[in-house]
Design a protein around this ligand. Structure first.
Ligand SMILES: [Zn+2]
Length: 353
């Protein structure tokens, strides 16, 4: 398989992913309504064209396309294609929960037509402008990371002096949780990732952050209509890695300084006295993560450390796939949390790729 074919497959799946994201952003009930969003119809046309060109079976319509999203790994979409360097077990829609997967969200953010991570960046950029100072923006950003889903909104709590100013700046980002999440009127949140969860699926509990089943405990709202949540884009691209980012920041010898660029980059002083820039990622697909990291490094115009949870760095092939997918000359270095926060002697000799 050539590099062009790999790129074609990944972009074809990215089109489908954007259609799925648009569908869930407009669907207000558990039953998908007609007509389907134009991006999904367009993605169907592209999958059909690609399949017909190779004389292969194609989905008969959007419902079958959606069932492909649930059932087929990347290599199952078109025979003879490897799946464009995505992990083989990835699906675009979680078969049990019926929700877009993290892979779907990451694919939807790929390239110049990317929609989801870009939405998170736009919302944060607007918040930074409204805040006026980096300090105020950092306080708001931390608030969003700690509370992506508010199960029991308490107006009195938000009027407390310590949070009132922050709440006034961020409250416009919260909205009622989409109708397809509550079960018997109650919204569930995972205590591990703090994101939305569904209590009962055919596979047991499910959460947006993909926590290991053993670590996953769910808590629920008390009354229907009480829960608020950030948009999916901020839940997945800010709050999910934000949990790890707060651990990293707490372990550093000095306070990291926020640079309000995109999702947020932090600066710390390295051992040699120069500034090091880092961003924490928590992404399922190393190839897609590497491409986005290279874009951030290019905007920074300098080296970037991408810090990922230890468990992710230890996944077979993750580091290798990430590093191989970096464009030549990209000043990006992938480190686990333990590596990044280790005492200086343990880190001697590391350099940027
Ligand atoms: Zn979770």
């Amino acid at each position: 398989m050539t590099e062009d074919e790999r790129t074609d497959t990944i972009h074809l799946l990215a089109d489908v992913a954007r259609g799925v994201i648009e569908l869930t952003s407009v669907a207000r009930s558990s039953a998908f309504r007609l007509p389907y969003p134009p991006s999904l119809q367009l993605a169907l046309d592209r999958v059909v064209l690609a399949g017909l060109a190779q004389g292969q079976p194609v989905p008969a319509g959007v419902p079958e396309l959606l069932s492909w999203c649930r059932q087929r790994g990347p290599a199952g979409w078109l025979l003879g294609m490897s799946g464009g360097s995505l992990t083989t077990d990835a699906r675009l829609i979680h078969p049990g929960a019926g929700e877009p997967t993290r892979t779907c969200a990451e694919l939807a953010s790929l390239g110049p037509h990317g929609v989801l991570e870009q939405e998170a960046e736009t919302l944060l950029g607007e918040l930074a402008d409204t805040c006026g100072t980096v300090e105020r923006f950092a306080a708001c950003r931390d608030f969003l990371i700690r509370r992506p889903v508010i199960l029991r909104f308490d107006p009195m709590e938000m009027l407390q002096p310590a949070v009132a100013q922050t709440w006034k700046l961020v409250k416009g980002l919260y909205a009622q949780v989409a109708d397809r999440f509550p079960a018997d009127g109650l919204v569930y949140r995972c205590t591990g990732c703090l994101l939305l969860a569904k209590f009962i699926t055919p596979d047991g509990p499910w959460c947006e952050g993909g926590c290991p089943p053993g670590d996953r405990e769910l808590e629920s709202s008390h009354q229907p209509g009480q829960a608020l949540a950030l948009p999916f884009a901020l839940r997945l691209f800010l709050a999910l890695p934000g949990r790890t980012e707060q651990i990293v920041r707490s372990r550093l010898m000095e306070q990291a300084r926020l640079l309000p660029l995109g999702l947020g980059v932090h600066h710390v002083t390295g051992q040699d006295g120069t500034l090091r820039a880092f961003q924490v990622h928590d992404r399922e697909q190393p190839v897609l993560a590497a491409r986005r990291a290279a874009e951030v490094a290019a905007r920074l115009d300098g080296p970037l450390d991408v810090v990922v949870p230890d468990g992710l760095a230890a996944r077979p092939g993750y580091r290798q796939d990430f590093t191989c997918a970096l464009p030549s000359g990209a000043q990006v270095c992938l480190l686990s949390v333990s590596e990044f926060t280790a005492p200086p002697t343990d880190r001697m000799g590391r350099s940027h790729a």
